[in-house]
Design a protein around this ligand. Structure first.
Ligand SMILES: [Zn+2]
Length: 645
């Protein structure tokens, strides 16, 4: 922490600040808003309760699933979600969390079962003629193994004939090694099937920006919030991500076009490829003989994210809606049951079609109305403040914003077409936020005046304006305890009021860090993922760590060979830039180095030694290069900023 704080020029180290106060209780205004939600939404509609409970077989007897650091998952974590919502939780979110926290083995249809509530996602088991076909594997091998153990206990032991990854996100492939070993895949006993582009997307999506995304993900998922009525209650499409070991078994077969069909262990499967929707590589699966449609993560029990708040490339709401139309046309007629990678299934042809059609309309409305307002001259925040779904769509529980929100998604659609710039020249060269904030505070008349204005705003339940004032004061005066506590209190209330689990997690994590400082997390770029990177991508990852101040204008030329992979690279550092090409050196080099690629990865990411590396020429060349690389840690400040430069 200290090292990072120094690098960013921070004047204080938040990690050392003692806790200030605990979270506030719900204010009168918050309680009134919760009551209004209770009156406005169709809580008497119990269809989801029926669907989420249908086919229940049993759950695990020991609620704790062990993991590397203690517990990977605890089925009793959300036992507090009983009865009606407390005033500190939006009643609509409370209802969603109750449904998502149900756990166990459920029969979905003839020959199909799901284990739900063992991780953020679902794992699906299809009974083939001789073994299981598994769709998606949860996030970690510990929870995947626990799910398989439950299936074996209740349904008998069967070999796993195939694993199908619906898409390239780790909550759908990370548990693979809890089900089978690489040896089972190598021998051909288990096929691993994935959509085209899966491996490249799976290893690359969280790598280059992985540290920043990991840090932001601690906000999005509320990793450090204690579960409870004043803390984390859900993640909106599942309860939380398991804390185990993320693994990767590369696919042996690829699905590359819609209409592709295959029979695995006696079960006929039809595929619809949907690239660039929820994930860059994703597919839906129709099982025509069982009348079951698997919509992967393209249809959910919530509006999804067009732009995920932890950070990601922006998604395409228009393509998303078009693929949903295609699903209805291709598979709607025969579908009696629809299941998904998160949440509970839909039963009955009419319920499936009504769901897919209204869900499609929601994404189309989001896209079309954002673009309409954009063309009428409104900017992202203005559209976000004006857009909401029509009543008929908003009353569908599955269209509500437990994960993505209309407000956030409208700005994402704007970003996709227009970028971050709103065309106002005042925003071409903005001041640093901390610099601007300090000037505003001075212009208003100083910290005391701002605190008084903020207190008045809070008293009149205008928490968004209070947050605007107090955020500037905290940026200008990060040591101002009154400002930090008042801002944290405003975040508490906004978090309690949020229908989105993610917004709640982000507000409450912001409040927690204002009160008690930063806790460091883990990067998503696990070593298993890095080891699967193509070498070109590995050099991309090294390039973005190069700090030009440390390299100080130096030039370095290396000839690097990886005998274990029969690869060679010419690496050139000059002008603060690292360029790696898979060629023989075009001229003299400072050093010729031969080493297994795994050793380079260990030296770079686990700081292990370079002993035994064969270096001809300058013996210090490689360690000099490593010395120029920054070490990323996912614990940078978010609710405070570096001082102005
Ligand atoms: Zn997922």
């Amino acid at each position: 922490m200290k090292r990072l704080a120094f690098a960013l020029g921070l004047s204080i180290s938040l990690a050392q600040s003692p806790a200030i106060h605990a979270a506030e209780p719900a204010s009168t205004a918050t309680a009134a808003r919760q009551s209004a939600v209770q009156r406005a939404l169709p809580f008497a509609d119990r269809q989801d309760d029926d669907f989420a409970g249908r086919g229940f077989v049993a759950t695990r007897s020991d609620p704790k699933i062990p993991g590397p650091g203690g517990i990977a998952w605890d089925l009793s974590t959300y036992d507090f979600l009983k009865g009606s919502a407390p005033p500190t939780v939006n009643p609509s979110l409370w209802r969603q969390a109750q449904l998502l926290s149900r756990h166990g083995l459920f029969k979905v249809a003839d020959r199909i079962w799901q284990v739900r509530g063992f991780d953020i996602a679902n794992i699906t088991f299809i009974k083939g003629d001789t073994g299981w076909i598994v769709i998606d594997t949860l996030t970690t091998k510990e929870t995947a193994k626990a799910a398989l153990d439950l299936v074996t206990e209740k349904l008998g032991p069967r070999p796993i004939k195939a694993i199908i990854y619906t898409h390239s996100h780790s909550d759908h492939f990370g548990g693979a090694r809890g089900l089978v070993d690489q040896a089972d895949v190598g021998s051909g006993a288990t096929e691993v099937i994935a959509p085209a582009g899966f491996l490249a997307e799976a290893v690359s999506e969280n790598v280059l920006a992985g540290t920043a995304m990991s840090r932001r993900a601690t906000y999005q998922f509320g990793f450090f919030l204690p579960p409870g009525p004043q803390g984390q209650v859900s993640s909106g499409i599942g309860q939380a991500i398991s804390k185990g070991t993320t693994t990767l078994l590369p696919p042996t077969m690829t699905i590359d076009h819609t209409g592709q069909e295959m029979t695995i262990d006696g079960v006929r499967l039809q595929f619809q490829i949907t690239p660039g929707t929820e994930a860059p590589a994703e597919m839906n699966i129709n099982i025509p003989d069982l009348h079951v449609l698997d919509m992967a993560e393209n249809a959910n029990v919530s509006m999804h994210n067009v732009l995920t708040p932890r950070g990601a490339l922006v998604r395409d709401a228009k393509a998303w809606s078009e693929y949903l139309t295609q699903s209805i046309r291709l598979y709607g007629d025969g579908a009696e049951v629809m299941m998904t990678s998160h949440g509970w299934p839909r039963f009955g042809h009419d319920a499936v079609i009504a769901f897919l059609t209204d869900h499609r309309d929601a994404y189309k409305y989001l896209h079309d109305q954002t673009v309409r307002m954009m063309n009428e001259g409104l900017t992202g925040p203005e559209i976000a403040n004006r857009i909401s779904l029509p009543d008929a769509l908003a009353r569908d529980w599955f269209n509500r914003g437990y994960y993505g929100t209309m407000s956030f998604n409208a700005r994402a659609v704007y970003q996709r077409y227009m970028g971050f710039y709103d065309a106002n020249p005042a925003n071409l060269a903005p001041l640093d936020p901390a610099d601007q904030a300090a000037r505003y505070i001075k212009a208003i008349g100083g910290a005391k005046k701002v605190l008084a204005l903020a207190r008045a705003a809070r008293a009149s339940a205008d928490d968004r304006w209070a947050v605007t004032l107090l955020n500037d004061l905290v940026l200008a005066e990060p040591d101002n305890r009154s400002a930090r506590e008042m801002l944290a209190g405003a975040y508490d209330q906004l978090g309690y009021q949020s229908e989105s689990a993610l917004w709640r997690n982000m507000y409450l994590t912001g409040a927690m860090e204002l009160r008690s400082g930063i806790r460091s997390g883990q990067s998503t770029a696990s070593i298993d993922l890095i080891r699967n990177l193509p070498s070109a991508m590995l050099f991309d990852l090294i390039s973005v760590r190069l700090n030009p101040e440390k390299a100080a204008g130096a030039t370095l030329r290396l000839a690097l060979t990886f005998p274990d992979r029969s690869e060679r690279y010419y690496v050139l550092v000059r002008n603060g830039v690292l360029v790696a090409e898979p060629i023989a050196p075009p001229g003299p080099v400072d050093a010729t180095i031969s080493m297994p690629r795994s050793q380079l990865i260990s030296a770079l990411f686990l700081r292990s030694s370079l002993a035994g590396v064969r270096i001809e020429g300058d013996p210090q060349a490689l360690s000099r290069l490593i010395g120029w690389l920054d070490v990323f840690k996912p614990d940078f400040p978010i609710v405070t900023r570096p001082a102005a430069r």
